[in-house]
Design a protein around this ligand. Sequence first.
Ligand SMILES: *[C@@H]1O[C@H](CO)[C@@H](O)[C@H](O)[C@H]1NC(C)=O
Ligand SMILES: *[C@@H]1O[C@H](CO)[C@@H](O)[C@H](O)[C@H]1NC(C)=O
Length: 424
Amino acid sequence: MTTFWTFLTYTFFLFDLSLATKSLVPRVLHGLHAHAARQTHSLARDLRVAFGGILAPRALAEQNVVYCKSAKQVPLSGGSLGNASASAPAPTGGGGASQSTTSTSAKAGPSSTAPSSSPWKLLNSYQGSSFFDGWDFFTDPDPTEGNVQYVDQQTAASSGLLEINSQGNAVMRVETTPVVSGNRKSIRITTQTQFTGGLVIMDAVHMPTGCGTWPAFWTNGPNWPAGGEIDIVEGVGDYTNNQATIHTNIGCTLASSSRSVLDISGSVVGGTDCAAATTNNEGCGIRAATNNSFGAGFNSNGGGVYAMKWDSTGIAVYFFARGSVPTDITAGAPQPDSWGTALARWPAASCDPFKFFTDHNAIFDTTLCGQWAGAVWDTAGIPGQEQSCSQRTGVSTCQAFVQANGAAMQEAYWEVRSVQIYQT
Ligand SMILES: *[C@@H]1O[C@H](CO)[C@@H](O)[C@H](O)[C@H]1NC(C)=O
Ligand SMILES: *[C@@H]1O[C@H](CO)[C@@H](O)[C@H](O)[C@H]1NC(C)=O
């Protein structure tokens, strides 16, 4: 116990220190890197090599860096992320048509009095044997430079990476071949349905964890960052506390970094400016206070339910550990007004949710190493990650570890009970 509290105190000390004195040098370098990533892939890599020595020690420099999935997608994929699915007209019933209804949502005030009815109507449900219907399998090179090769549905199934298990849950794995010389096969899927405004509820019993992993469940709009990005579940390595983040065009902010003002249970990990362009793509992230919200802590508790609510009041992310999932959710009649304090919230007053966010698709992925898990390989002192992965594994780089240790990828899997998308 003493050790635990010492660790906690140390962690918070480091955290406060880095918040207060966040060094200019790493910020500038990070900016250079982000800028370079916008220009060319190889220049970014060259810069990282050139500045690798200067970036150390990373424990302080990177503690509060909020990485995002799509910052680097724009330049590296040359627009293929948007491709047909993002630029095509929204499929049946989804998409833009909902905007006006949603912005006049009943949620604007304390309304719902009938406990058994919900203003939220089911738009899409993914569960059971048909879970994977309605998702596109992304097969481009990982835009975040991870050591994965995203595979199509047939390849995933024939490689044993994808299944509906005997519980009826959707399983998405990473290749566990003992040694690989290149990338490990993995899965990244995107809903065909798009939505503007909505309530996304994801129930999982297991998520990827372990040194080298970087899983996420997130939503994303077209023309990043114009369409906005909402990272609902994200983290790396052995982290146990989830980080929810938004990335936007210039003009969206958090009005405060105070937990009580925002009425959240998490804590703001970086700044209050959510714009990608003015924060070196960091956006504004909020870290959960509880260690059952991500990784091994989440898994050992049987997982739980994440809900992301996007309505006229703003954007909020809720987490319910297994055993504390509200009955209105399990009954399929969600009543967000009854859920209490959100993990994270970005209120509409300082970030118009229908100006900075539009036409989102939901996405699951698991990458390895790359621009977050690889970059913090030597970092310690994050909840769940008392020791760095380099200390923990004895291997000096993320890539070398991941290539040579397939057995360590046994826990790098999503097991998802359902995803439900509701609109008003
Ligand atoms: C879009 O992606 C599909 C595969 O999902 C591919 O066949 C097609 O060529 C891509 N189109 C463009 C314009 O990139
Ligand atoms: C979570 O934190 C508690 C102390 O609050 C600790 O006993 C427990 O081991 C932690 N669990 C994980 C998975 O880190």
